[in-house]
Design a protein around this ligand. Structure first.
Ligand SMILES: *Cc1c(COP(=O)(O)O)cnc(C)c1O
Length: 456
C-alpha cells in the first residue's frame, strides 16, 4: 500500500468511543479465589471493604455483568484526551527490517502522560458521588499520584500521596505535577504512620516500596475514617475494568485498519495497563482465536515468571486484603530500578489467573535491554517512552526480529503506556553508562516467601 492509501495514525471519532467497560469476570476460565480479610483470614465482605472504597467500586469489583456503563460525566472527561490514537510504527519496522507489522496504542497523550487517568477519574467520580472529601494513595514513579491528583482537582477532592522514596528522589518533577493539581505528597516511608515508622526504625535509609507506601496510605485512610477513602492505581478488578477502554478502542481501530493481532504485548507492574489493553482480546482467545498475549516484567521484580501463585498480602504491613496472585512476598523490596511503576511484589488476581491457566504468557527482561529499546523507539518513532513502557517495546522488537528470522509477517500490537518526559534522569544515567542490571534476587525472594500467610 502507498502512504496515501494507508494511515499511520488510526483515529477513532469521539462518537465511536466505547460507552461501556468490559468486565472479564464472567468470561474467566474459572472463578477467582475470594480475597481474604488480612486479620481474620476469612473471605472479605463488601462491608469490610467499605472503610476503604465507595460501594459502587466494591460492586464493580465483584460484578458478573459483562459490560458496565460508563457514566456520561466520565465520557465527557475522557473526551479531553480520548479516543487515543493507534499508531503504525512503520519507521521502527523499517529500522528493524522486519516483515512484521507493529502498532502501538498511544496512552501517553493523557494529561498525566499515561493510561492511569482512565481509572483515576472513575475512582474520583464514584468517591465524590458517595460523599468522600479526601483520598489517600501510594505512588511508585509518580504516574499514579499525578493521575489521581489531576482527577481530584476535577472533582474537588483533597488528595494525599505517599510516594516511594527512591522515586521521589529520582523523579522530582512528578512531585511538582502532583502539587500543581493541588495534592500533597510525602516520600515514603514517612514518620506520619505506624507502618512508616516501623520500617524507618529497622532501616532509616529504606528506599521504600509500593508495598510500604500502600500500608501508609491505607493506614491514613482507616485512621482518618469517615469521609477519607483510599484509592489504588492498579491490581484490583475495578481498576482493570476501567482500563478496558484502551483495549476496546484498540479493537475498533484494528478493524478500521483491516488488521487482526497475532501478538499483543504490555508491560506489567500491578497489571492494569496490560489487563485493560488485552482483556477484550482474551475473550476472543477463549472463543478460539490464537492470538499470543505477552506480559513483560523486569528481571529485578519477576513476579509472574519467578513467584508462586499463592495467597499473599497486598501490602507490607498486612493491612490490605490478602489476594490469590503471583507474588514475590509482601516484604520483598526490589532493587531501585528506574521503571518504578513495575516494582510491585504482587500482580492483579485476574492477570495471575490467566497466566496460571496458560492463556497469557509472561517474560522478564533486564533494564539495560529495555532502555536500549527505548532509545531505538525515540530515534525511529520520535516519542520518548516511560521506562516502564520500554519493557513492552523491547519485547515487541524481539518478536519482530523473530519474524525477520522466520520470514513471517505477523501483526504485533503493544500498549504504549506512557511517555518518559519526566524520566529524563533515568535516560541521562543510561547515556552515561550508569544503568546496571540486577540479577534475579533469588535469596531475597526466598526469604520473603517464607512469610506468606498460611490461609486458603
Ligand atoms: C504505572 C505504570 C505502569 C505499570 O502499572 P500497571 O498497573 O501494571 O499498568 C506501566 N507504565 C506506565 C507508564 C505507568 O505509569
Amino acid at each position: 500500500m502507498t502512504l496515501d492509501e494507508r494511515e499511520k495514525k488510526i483515529y477513532l471519532s469521539e462518537k465511536d468511543m466505547p460507552r461501556q467497560w468490559y468486565n472479564i469476570n464472567p468470561d474467566l476460565p474459572k472463578p477467582l479465589d475470594p480475597p481474604l480479610h488480612p486479620q481474620t483470614g476469612k473471605p472479605l465482605t463488601p462491608d469490610d471493604l467499605s472503610m476503604l472504597f465507595p460501594m459502587e467500586l466494591i460492586m464493580q469489583e465483584v460484578s458478573m455483568d459483562r459490560f458496565i456503563d460508563i457514566p456520561k460525566e466520565l465520557i465527557e472527561i475522557y473526551r479531553m484526551w480520548r479516543p487515543t490514537p493507534l499508531v503504525r510504527a512503520d519507521r521502527l519496522e523499517k529500522y528493524l527490517d522486519t516483515p512484521a507489522k507493529i502498532y502501538y496504542k498511544n496512552e501517553s497523550v493523557s494529561p498525566a502522560g499515561s493510561h492511569k487517568p482512565n481509572t483515576a477519574i472513575a475512582q474520583a467520580y464514584y468517591n465524590k458521588k458517595e460523599g468522600t472529601t479526601r483520598l489517600t494513595t501510594e505512588t511508585g514513579a509518580g504516574q499514579w499520584g499525578s493521575a489521581l491528583s489531576f482527577a481530584g482537582s476535577l472533582f474537588d477532592l483533597d488528595v494525599t500521596v505517599y510516594m516511594v522514596k527512591v522515586s521521589y528522589n529520582q523523579k522530582p518533577y512528578r512531585k511538582t505535577m502532583i502539587r500543581m493539581w493541588g495534592a500533597e505528597v510525602f516520600p515514603s516511608p514517612t514518620d506520619r504512620t505506624d507502618a512508616g515508622r516501623a520500617i524507618l526504625a529497622q532501616d532509616p535509609d529504606s528506599p521504600g516500596s509500593l508495598g510500604i507506601a500502600i500500608s501508609e496510605a491505607v493506614e491514613d485512610a482507616v485512621k482518618s475514617g469517615g469521609h477519607t477513602k483510599y484509592s489504588l492505581g492498579s491490581v484490583l478488578n475495578h481498576v482493570l475494568l476501567h482500563q478496558t477502554i484502551v483495549g476496546l478502542e484498540t479493537k475498533k481501530q484494528l478493524e478500521i485498519a483491516g488488521d487482526a493481532p497475532d501478538i499483543l504485548i504490555g508491560c506489567v507492574g500491578g497489571g492494569s495497563n496490560f489487563g485493560g489493553f488485552t482483556f477484550p482480546f482474551v475473550a476472543d482467545k477463549m472463543k478460539g482465536s490464537n492470538v499470543k498475549i505477552i506480559a513483560v516484567e523486569p528481571d529485578a521484580c519477576p513476579t509472574l515468571t519467578k513467584g508462586p501463585f499463592a495467597y499473599d498480602y497486598g501490602d507490607t504491613a498486612k493491612m490490605a486484603p490478602i489476594a490469590k496472585m503471583y507474588t514475590l512476598g509482601h516484604d520483598f523490596v526490589p532493587a531501585g530500578i528506574h521503571a518504578g511503576g513495575l516494582r510491585y511484589h504482587g500482580m492483579a488476581p485476574q492477570v495471575s489467573l490467566l497466566v496460571n491457566e496458560k492463556i497469557i504468557d509472561a517474560v522478564s527482561i533486564p533494564q539495560t535491554a529495555a532502555f536500549t529499546a527505548g532509545i531505538i523507539f525515540a530515534k525511529t518513532e520520535g516519542i520518548i517512552p516511560a521506562p516502564e513502557t520500554t519493557h513492552a517495546i523491547r519485547t515487541a522488537i524481539d518478536e519482530a526480529l523473530k519474524c525477520k528470522e522466520s520470514g513471517q509477517g505477523k501483526t504485533i500490537v503493544f500498549n504504549f503506556s506512557g511517555h518518559g518526559h519526566l524520566d529524563l534522569g533515568a535516560y541521562e544515567a543510561y547515556l552515561d553508562g550508569k544503568i546496571e542490571d540486577f540479577a534475579y534476587p533469588e535469596e531475597k525472594i526466598k526469604e520473603s516467601l517464607k512469610k506468606l500467610p498460611q490461609v486458603g
